[in-house]
Design a protein around this ligand. Structure first.
Ligand code: ZN
Length: 500
């Protein structure tokens, strides 16, 4: 074995305590060091016997976390990159953490979330036994071009022996790598499905085999649904495992397999997460767990009945929601979910991709792929946007027919929350982007908004007079975009809720 590899392993391992001591994130850098010293690091580092990869445009982090959590319940500790990046440096860091200084593997199973575009660097050396592809849909044009390009990339590099776990409802990914062994999961027809496409993104209208028109039996959103070619035998594949009788009142669904039908708990009431749950169960069945064992463990998972993190202030709620900027497909799902929730709403948008602003090269075309039209409903009372990018949002919303008087633009982020109307029963949605800057800013502003509402509510109780909404608010200085580190941090529950 290469001398260079061992130098890389030792140096990378030595960097971990040093990084921790200096308060740095040790989830990506050690892998960078290893790859710098030994570009073939991934080839030589020992790997667990069983490798499970999770990729796809949306839902890969949630799905990978579900798998890690569920395997833990089954007593399997996994090597994983859940705390690091999902590209080669993060995966290298995870793998080097999994071996001793003599390159002896400590784990039997790895669960690796993989960025779709890392295929070329990873798959020559990391060869998954199972790979879940959650879906392939339109993402940032700059990073991901078109989903067909991503599919081509995966088809080029995924090993032949990898067994695929594919979403039968996603026409973009379900027919990839026809020579690989595969299992299909999906969600059967829902009452809310339609025949006509309601979304701006409609990426699969033509048969990929013969270029004739595809006929959709029904659509859930965009090209997710079931379709067949009017000319050849191409069509959505049959399910091996499907979710049916989806009931969000009882939080139960039926899972249909080839030789069983069983009622299971829905562990999170967002539809996208039911796909993730179904993918998880399909994987566990491949790993040899029985459906009864899986049901017993699912029963111990805490069911998430509130869709988003939120803080309650009297009768008002402040939601802190990830809106995936640059990803029109995911962003449209977020708007659908918000609008489907009961009550009046005000939105405060911090999805400004601040992390990219310093070296901006992304165009704003994704805003025009996003279904802003969904927000043009009576229950949305106000939308606050900020900064230069806020003007782009404003223009897009005007195109979507949203009345001008509902849209408020401010230049400074700190001024945004001062624009909300304090109303009983109002739901405030603070949307943040996936980049560290927007993430930190959104979290901070959601907390500031809840604090402001608490203070105003307390004042209202004391004076018994109507409150003013503007000025003298205790909004923290600066946007804070640079100072706050990314952490899997959520809005803390309101411990000191205003009493009314
Ligand atoms: Zn065809």
């Amino acid at each position: 074995m290469k001398f260079r590899f061992f130098i890389a392993l030792i140096m990378a391992k030595l960097s971990i305590p040093a990084l921790k001591l200096t308060g740095h994130n040790a989830t990506d850098f050690p892998g960078k060091v290893a790859l710098k010293i030994c570009p073939d690091f991934l080839k030589y580092v020992a790997k667990p016997e069983k490798i499970i990869a999770v990729t796809g445009t949306n839902g890969k982090t949630s799905t990978a976390n579900l798998i890690i959590d569920m395997l833990k319940r089954f007593g399997v500790t996994t090597l994983n990159n859940s705390r690091g990046s999902n590209i080669n440096t993060g995966i290298s860091t995870a793998l080097l953490n999994g071996v001793s200084i003599l390159n002896k593997e400590k784990y039997d199973t790895a669960v690796l979330e993989m960025d779709e575009r890392s295929a070329a660097r990873l798959f020559p050396h990391v060869r998954p036994d199972y790979m879940i592809v959650t879906n392939l849909s339109r993402d940032s044009i700059m990073r991901n071009a078109h989903p067909e390009y991503i599919r081509w990339l995966l088809e080029k590099y995924v090993p032949e022996k990898t067994k695929l776990i594919l979403n039968a409802d996603d026409l973009m990914s379900c027919y990839m790598l026809p020579n690989n062994e595969r299992v299909y999961f999906g969600i059967e027809q829902l009452a809310t499905d339609t025949v006509k496409c309601r979304n701006l993104i409609d990426d699969l209208q033509i048969c990929p085999k013969c270029d004739h028109k595809l006929k959709y039996e029904y659509r859930r959103y965009s090209n997710v649904g079931r379709a067949h070619c009017v000319n050849c035998d191409f069509g959505s594949p049959k399910y091996d495992y499907s979710a049916a009788n989806v009931d969000y009142d009882s939080m139960k669904f039926t899972l249909r397999g080839p030789d069983f039908e069983i009622e299971l708990p829905i562990i999170d009431d967002r539809l996208v997460n039911l796909y993730n749950e179904t993918a998880l169960i399909t994987l566990l069945l491949q790993l040899g767990y029985t459906i009864d064992e899986i049901k017993a463990q699912l029963g111990t998972v805490e069911v998430v009945k509130t869709r988003f993190n939120h803080e309650t202030v009297g009768s008002m709620k402040v939601y802190n929601v990830l809106g995936k900027g640059l990803n029109a497909f995911a962003e449209s799902r977020v708007y659908e979910t918000i609008v489907a929730q009961p009550g009046d709403k005000e939105l405060i948008m911090f999805i400004n991709d601040l992390g990219m602003a310093a070296h901006w090269s992304e165009n704003v075309s994704w805003i025009y792929d996003t279904d802003f039209e969904t927000l043009n409903v009576d229950s949305i009372k106000k939308i606050v946007v900020f900064g230069d990018r806020g003007l782009d949002y404003r223009l897009r919303m005007l195109f979507a027919g949203i009345p001008e008087e509902k849209i408020v633009h401010v230049m400074k982020a700190d001024d945004a929350i001062k624009q909300v109307d304090i109303q009983p029963d109002m739901n405030y949605y603070v949307l943040y982007g996936a980049d560290p800057g927007s993430f930190a800013l959104g979290n901070k502003q959601a907390k500031a908004l809840a604090a402001m509402l608490r203070e105003k509510t307390a004042k209202l109780v004391e004076t018994d007079e109507p409150v003013e909404t503007a000025e003298e608010e205790p909004v923290p200085e600066g946007s804070g975009a640079d100072e706050v580190q990314i952490e899997a941090e959520t809005v803390e529950k309101a411990g000191e809720e205003a009493q009314s």
